[in-house]
Design a protein around this ligand. Sequence first.
Ligand SMILES: *Cc1c(COP(=O)(O)O)cnc(C)c1O
Length: 396
Amino acid sequence: SLGAASQEQDTSRDAAGLRSMSSVTIPPPACMLRPLEAPLRYLFGPGPSNVPPRVLAAGGRPIIGHLHPEMYEIMNDIKKGIQYAFQTENNMTISMSGSGHAAMECAVFNTVEPGESVLVAINGIWGERVAEIAERMGANVHRMVKTPGGYFTNKEIEQAMQKHKPVLFFLTHGESSAGLCHPIDGIGDICRKHDCLFLVDTVASLGAAPIFMDKQNIDILYTGSQKALNAPPGTAPISFNDRACHKMFNRKTKPVSYLFDMTHLSNYWGCDGKPARAYHHTGPVSGFFALRESLAILAERVKRYTSTFSVILQKKYTDLRLPSVTTIAIPKGYDWREMLAYIMKHHQMEMTGGLGPSIGMVMRIGLMGYNCEKSNADMALHALADALKNCRKSKA
Ligand SMILES: *Cc1c(COP(=O)(O)O)cnc(C)c1O
């Protein structure tokens, strides 16, 4: 009968269900059956920094759809917040769905075509990273190299530009591996004179050292969320001026990345003048909530632009100090790894060693945005003094 047939079907479906259950050969991992543990730490390294409760709360709000009109409003607010933070009127101002590296790749991928000449100033790790990114997409990369903490004169930059005729020149404003804040004035004008785009990385410096995108003739500027902006990692503001837009929207080849293609991203962020925004990718909704809140805090307050810490520390590693990340010479006779481990263990405080070319040369202490308080500087100094007292000192 019909009833019997359907019953038979049901049992066979059950059997199939059982079979698929019994085929789970990897048991649930024990760690997944324990609650999440994330300790409270003082994040006094070069990032991420501690996130203020207000920003955490914004990120913890119930999410909405990435294509809901309310989300577009929030994205429009973020755009205005970035324009303020960058001091720019550029319409082409968005946040990447990704960390600072996403902005680095977006800038290079969209404005450079394979075979074109790119000039990169390297005085720490970040220039080297951008040089590699540009090489990977087939650019003809020219490096200007200084030891970490060194800086480039405008004359040196202009000479290299005359020689290599780049379409793009990259400079790091806040070199967080070297603790240097590079002078910017005049370089944008040199780039214009030589028909070259000026790309500046302010991941470690935005909100800690002044930058004026429009006034300083910077063509492309980006930052990250998790340093002086004190938002969680995972979003990265970026802005392109008309010169940069002209170059990137008149290319012969498509950018190598679909995810970072500005023709799509400009539509997603409502910057392309089209009435409708189309689905391109799902933006990090919670990350955007938090980023909006951190930009709101920046807009509300006139931030202190100097770090108390840089002033207190005596051992100078460079003259153009980056306020947000202070590099200190490793005290003679001490093992920096042991000191950092001691400070983490006994003070729940992150400080870091060098990065890239500055490894073994310095320790790095970052007091960024919300963390930049005298009480925190005192606490960091106390932890350092304690480490000096209790870590091994070699006789040599
Ligand atoms: C941290 C940092 C980056 C990279 O940012 P991520 O968010 O880690 O990808 C780039 N440039 C500078 C100067 C930085 O300090």
